[in-house]
Design a protein around this ligand. Structure first.
Ligand code: BGP
Length: 481
């Protein structure tokens, strides 16, 4: 008897993902304002993401010589028809992209939106729908209007809730009948890594950075819940998701101290989805806040809002796993998302040191589903590779194919395990600017874009070998790997 069960449900959403600030370019076109991320110049990315100060902002705005990779991206702004046509050819069922807040409200605090910005996204959405591709929109992906940082102090200021929900209301009213799936913030938990990029917090403005990051996150929790309320009032077709940057934390050994350490490291991330999915601050956060002198200012009604408007689904990015050790003496360590971890000797890594762990994806899916019992969506996954375009313009990225093959297999196992999984959108389905390094050379795409770290290149798009492979995967609903 053949008891082979197909991996994925018929309506499984296969696709790809990008973010506005990493691909659109055209940063000063049609009324767009500066976003926090537009002023990061090439070369100083990772340091500045953590410690951007008022002076750094000033310097960047005055800098006429530096190169700011996000300001021209891969010029998706002018190539979106061509790019979406390729996604359609790939067979995408879903396309995840983000809206640049600064195209809709250039300074963030206006009362009226910028029509040209809205029209651009309307065109992108319609282009997707033309091919039967469902849009999945991230409302804020690592960006906010710079003016909200310099004039208001970013998400530390409660006023941001008003500005953000005004922005969301405009989006839901305009696009709610066309777009079902929305994510309020990308990887909200990464605010513990970059208070600047996610919270608009300037290092010279705060004494206790950790406290500031959680205070900003609190305002984002309230804003996200209020956005969910507005979405439901506007169009009951809309579904709102939280988005978590997820690692699994394995204990280094079966020593109970290591196991406890892995639980604690894991909570450092899961705190964010705990609040957004369950609707309240988890009990373990009380001790953490006390020990780190974190006092969150809440207003009456905040807890009620967070409790009443939880998310409909949980999306997450998955790239690798981490190892927690209680005693790290003499070991090689990595300071990831504010958590110090050690290397896993059983796994290989990408050129950028991200350890490759397909089974970890099955583990992450099972753990998240066991914890929350709501639908999950893998909205980022992939491998950054160094690639040069050969004379025949055909990149044979077998390493990427292998990476995806193994991850999709494990995702299929998770579905068979009973995990309710909505879809899969590999990250940077078309090459784009890296968020962690600001480089072009850290490429994720099925489609190569001719552009280098310094902005040189024709911007010509070329399908890689993985493009044809992924096309078959989608056509066979994940059976032909
Ligand atoms: C996630 C972000 C993406 C993306 C990805 C890859 O954290 O949501 O924006 O960039 O990571 O990271 P990187 O570009 O640093 O390789």
């Amino acid at each position: 008897m053949n008891n082979y069960k197909k991996r994925f449900p018929e309506n499984f959403l296969w696709g790809g993902a990008v973010a506005a600030n990493q691909c659109e370019g055209a940063f000063d076109v049609d009324g767009k304002g500066y976003s926090v991320i537009d002023i990061l110049s090439f070369g100083d990315n990772s340091k500045k993401l953590k410690t951007m100060s008022s002076q750094d902002v000033e310097n960047a705005l005055q800098d006429k010589e530096g190169y700011f990779p996000r300001r021209d991206g891969i010029d998706f702004y002018h190539h979106y028809k061509e790019d979406i046509a390729m996604f359609a050819d790939l067979g995408f069922k879903v396309f995840r992209f983000s809206i640049a807040w600064t195209r809709i409200f250039p300074n963030g605090d206006e009362l009226q939106p910028n029509e040209k910005g809205l029209q651009f996204y309307e065109d992108v959405i319609d282009e997707c729908l033309k091919y039967g591709i469902v849009p999945l929109i991230t409302i804020s992906h690592f960006e906010m209007p710079l003016n909200l940082v310099t004039e208001y102090g970013g998400w530390l200021n409660r006023k941001l809730i008003t500005f953000y929900t005004r922005y969301c209301k405009v989006l839901f009213e305009r696009f709610g009948h066309k777009v079902k799936y929305w994510l309020t913030f990308n990887e909200l938990n990464l605010i513990t890594l970059s208070g600047y990029m996610l919270g608009g917090i300037l290092s010279d403005k705060v004494d206790n950075m950790i406290e500031a990051q959680y205070q900003a996150a609190h305002h984002q929790f309230v804003a996200s819940s209020l956005a969910t309320k507005i979405a439901r009032e506007t169009n009951d077709n809309i579904l709102i998701g939280a988005m978590l940057g997820r690692d699994e934390y394995y204990p280094l050994t079966c020593k109970p101290e290591d196991v406890m350490q892995s639980i604690q490291d894991s909570r450092f991330e899961l705190f964010f989805s705990d609040v957004q999915v369950r609707g309240y601050y988890p009990s373990y956060s009380k001790r953490y806040f006390e020990e780190h002198n974190i006092h969150i200012k809440k207003e009456l009604g905040d807890d009620e809002i967070i409790r009443s408007y939880t998310v409909d689904f949980l999306s997450f990015s998955y790239y690798s796993t981490s190892v927690s050790a209680y005693d790290r003496e003499g070991m090689e360590t990595t300071d990831g998302n504010g958590v110090i971890t050690v290397k896993n000797p059983h796994l290989k890594a990408s050129k950028w040191g991200w350890q490759i762990d397909p089974i970890g994806l099955r583990i992450a899916l099972n753990n998240l589903y066991d914890r929350y019992q709501i639908p999950l969506f893998v909205v980022e996954n992939g491998i950054g590779m160094l690639e040069e375009i050969p004379d025949d313009k055909y990149i044979q990225d077998d390493g990427r194919i292998q990476y995806f093959r193994e991850h999709i297999k494990q995702m299929g196992e998770a579905v068979k395990d009973g995990v309710e999984l909505m879809g899969y959108t590999p990250w940077g389905c078309i090459d784009l600017v890296s968020s962690g390094t600001s480089e072009m050379e850290k490429r994720y795409g099925f489609i190569y874009v001719d552009k280098d770290n310094y902005g040189n290149g024709t911007l010509q798009r070329y399908p890689k070998k993985s493009y044809y492979w992924y096309k078959k995967v989608i056509a066979s609903n994940g059976e032909k790997l």
